[in-house]
Design a protein around this ligand. Sequence first.
Ligand code: SAH
Length: 422
Amino acid sequence: MPASDKTPPARSTPVRTTGPARTQVRPATEGWTQKKDAEGRPLLQFASPKRGKPPVHLADMTPEERIAKVKELGLPGFRAKQLSTHYFTHYTSDPAHMTDLPAEQREELVGGMLPPLMTEVRRLTTDRGDTIKFLWRLHDGALVESVLMRYPGRITLCVSSQAGCGMNCPFCATGQAGLTRNMSTAEIVEQIVRANRAIANGELGGKKRDDHSMERVSNIVFMGMGEPLANYKRVMDAVRVMVAPQPNGLGMSARGITVSTVGLVPAIRKLADENIPVTFALSLHASDDQLRDELIPVNSRWKVDEALDAAREYFEKTGRRVSIEYALIKDMNDHAWRADLLAEKLNARGRGWVHVNPIPLNPTPGSIWTSSDIDVQNEFVRRLNDAGIPTTLRDPRGKEIAGACGPLVATTEGAAAAARTA
Ligand code: SAH
């Protein structure tokens, strides 16, 4: 039964914030308990469990390392550039397509530089064909997903940065499954290359008939599985490959890349110092610590104010306007006073530095929570806009294929599909 069909029994809980006590109605949480560590704190997994390493791939290497590796394989260094061109501009890893490489050494060269990283297990497409959700199996059987979406004037890919996630957010399907492992740089990049290949093959629908331009992924959002800032180095190396000019990288614009985080404050500071102007998004979901402690367990380490200060610093250092994500959960975090408190906290840190993206919650299978009513969503947005904070409700694209945020999880159904193709 979908979670939205359940009407959870309501109970009243007085909530203390600044000012007079306010009563809120909260869904009862029977059937769900927060996973805790040995000290009784909400469970957080920062370290990636040890598993066999994915094969080293051209996209894991710097251009210099690629040349060195090609020489190691007994070929002149300039072959590295040819391989990069095949991979980053023709989106191919198939030696049969690489007729500019010497036939005798081609297999060995391609095998050494572009080893297979992932197998497509299943693909779900919306009726209009403009959204595709891919389920991939990595070399060790771990499953990850990416979602490709066509919008007017842009094509966005939602990528995964970890198999599973260690952040344990109760409303997110991925969060409930725990962390399997970090993805490698090349595994992150490969999702884009495979999406570009699908686009080049005409597999993404919704294209205007009179548009003859060469198309490819223009925007990346790190909003698939995983907490990107918990896999910092590999994610940043992947970003560097995305923005490196062709043929050494994908030649994408940093501004079109959004890194979204639960709020790992030291990593946000580091990101601000990278000098790569990516778009930064903070998954806030509550403006008071009492509720955020529950919704985002990492709030036990870094509080709302610390996360917002780090977000503001990101703006100051990069000049890039920050996004605040806020999943609207019925009777949980959608109260008008919470919109006001959010506006107050954002305005206290200055004007024009931030916008808010509320997203109606996508109920995950078995979840006790559901999305807010439309009038409540609209009131939440109106209050923020009235307070001078630009706020736009995000369209939960791909709902019919569970491609929208949260339901990115290796479902039982997905695992069964994986077993069939193994
Ligand atoms: N770890 C990163 C990326 C996670 S997914 C982060 O937390 O930002 C991207 C966004 O989807 C996050 O804001 C996340 O909180 C949100 N999300 C997760 N589950 C959701 C759900 N069921 N409905 C709506 N948004 C959800």
